[in-house]
Design a protein around this ligand. Structure first.
Ligand code: A2P
Length: 352
C-alpha cells in the first residue's frame, strides 16, 4: 500500500491557510490525517476538511509530533519559531513566508519551473513571493526558448496579499467612502502592518509593499529581484538576468496584475513566438485576442490555479524587447496552490 501522510496546516484560519485546506482536499496527496493549527486566538474554531469537521488547535512545538508534512502560512516569525521544531520531529515543511527563502540550503520552488531543486531540501522548502511566482510562470517558457536578458516589472497587487485583515480593511474603507465618511481611521494595516504610518487603500494606490529599505526599494521589490534569480538561475545575486521592480498595492481584493517588460537574447523572436511558448507551458493560459478585447483581469482569475498572460506586444523602439500583462490569483498560484503543488511533487518524487 502506498504511504499515507499526516499533514498539519500552520495558520489554518488565515486567508491563505483556508485555501490551503481547500487545495489539500483537492490534491493527489494520500492523506491519513489533517491537523489545523493557529494561535490561541482561534483555538477551538471549527473548520471543514472534505467532509470532516476539524477543531483548530493552538500551535506548540509538540503539535508536530507524528506529523509528516507541514504547510505553513502564519507569518515569518511564526515559521522561524515552529518549523525547526517540526523538522526536528521528522516533518518536511513547505513554508509560504519569506522566513527561509534566501537560506542557501532551502530550495525556493515553483514546480513547473525548477522542480529539481526540491531534491536538495533539508526539511524546509520555501514557497516564493506571490508576485514572483506569477512572473516566473509567464517568463520561464520564454527564457527556455529565447533566453532572457532583462526584466522590468511593475505590479498591481491585491489587498489580500497582506492577509484577511487587509481585505476587511479595504471593504470598510470602500463603504465609508461611498457613505461620505472619513476613511482614514479605518487604515490600521496597509501599506504594511509593522510600519509607523497607515494609509487608506480604497480609491487609492500605495507604492509601498512591505518595508521601505535604505536602498530606496521596498522589501517586496527586493524579493522580486532576488527570488527571480534564485528560481531561474539558482543564484540570488546572478547578473545573468537583470531584474528591477516597482510594487504597488491597488484596491482589488484578490489577484495581482503585473506589467512586465523584458528583453530576450534571440532577437529573431516575434510576439507570436512568445505567445506560442507561453500557451504551451503547463499552468499558463494565454488570453490575448485584442480584436475581441480579450486580456487577463483579476475578477476572472480569482479562484483559478492558472497564470493568465496577455497584451503580448513588441517594443517597436527596441529589438528583442516585449511588453506583457500577467494576472493570477495571489492566494492560489501565488500561495496556497503553489504550496500544495510543491507538496504533491515532494510526494511524487519520494522526497518526504
Ligand atoms: P489566528 O486566526 O489564531 O490569528 P492572515 O495571513 O490571513 O492574517 O492569517 C494569519 C494566520 O496565522 C492565521 O491563521 C493566524 O491565526 C496565524 N497565526 C498568527 N500568529 C500565530 C502564532 N503566534 N502562532 C500560530 N499561528 C499564528
Amino acid at each position: 500500500m502506498s504511504k499515507e501522510y499526516n499533514v498539519a496546516i500552520l495558520g489554518a484560519t488565515g486567508a491563505v491557510g483556508r485555501r490551503m485546506i481547500d487545495q489539500l482536499a483537492k490534491s493527489t496527496i494520500p492523506i491519513k490525517s489533517v491537523k489545523l493549527l493557529a494561535s490561541s486566538r482561534s483555538a477551538g474554531t471549527h473548520l471543514k476538511f472534505r467532509d470532516q469537521d476539524l477543531v483548530v488547535e493552538e500551535t506548540t512545538p509538540d503539535s508536530f509530533n507524528g506529523i509528516d508534512l507541514v504547510l505553513s502560512s502564519a507569518g515569518g516569525s511564526v515559521s522561524k519559531k515552529f518549523l525547526p521544531e517540526a523538522v526536528k520531529r521528522g516533518a518536511v515543511c513547505v513554508d509560504n513566508t519569506s522566513a527561509f527563502r534566501m537560506d542557501e540550503d532551502v530550495p525556493l520552488v515553483v514546480p513547473e519551473v525548477n522542480p529539481e531543486a526540491l531534491k536538495n531540501h533539508h526539511g524546509i522548502i520555501a514557497n516564493p513571493n506571490c508576485s514572483t511566482i506569477q512572473m516566473v510562470m509567464a517568463l520561464e517558457p520564454v527564457r527556455r526558448k529565447f533566453g532572457l536578458k532583462q526584466i522590468i516589472v511593475s505590479t498591481y497587487q491585491a489587498a489580500s496579499g497582506a492577509g484577511q485583515a487587509a481585505i476587511d480593511e479595504l471593504k470598510k474603507e470602500s463603504q465609508d467612502y461611498l457613505d461620505g465618511k472619513d476613511m482614514h481611521e479605518d487604515a490600521q494595516i496597509l501599506p504594511t502592518k509593522g510600519d509607523k504610518k497607515h494609509y487608506p487603500l480604497a480609491f487609492n494606490l500605495l507604492p509601498q509593499i512591505d518595508v521601505l529599505e535604505d536602498s530606496g526599494y521596498s522589501h517586496e521589490e527586493w524579493k522580486m529581484i532576488h527570488e527571480t534569480k534564485k528560481i531561474m538561475l539558482n543564484d540570488m545575486n546572478s547578473k545573468d538576468i537583470k531584474v528591477t521592480a516597482t510594487c504597488v498595492r491597488v484596491p482589488v481584493p484578490i489577484a495581482h496584475g503585473e506589467s512586465v517588460y523584458f528583453t530576450v537574447e534571440d532577437e529573431s523572436a516575434t510576439a507570436e513566438d512568445i505567445m506560442d511558448v507561453i500557451a504551451d507551458f503547463p499552468g499558463d493560459v494565454l488570453q490575448d485576442d485584442i480584436k475581441n478585447q480579450i486580456y487577463p483581469q483579476p475578477i476572472n482569475a480569482e479562484g483559478s490555479r492558472d497564470t493568465f498572460v496577455g497584451r503580448i506586444r513588441p517594443d517597436y523602439e527596441n529589438k528583442g524587447a516585449f511588453n506583457m500583462w500577467v494576472v493570477s490569483d495571489n492566494l492560489l498560484k501565488g500561495a496556497a496552490w503553489n504550496t500544495v503543488e510543491n507538496a504533491e511533487y515532494l510526494v511524487k518524487m519520494g522526497l518526504i
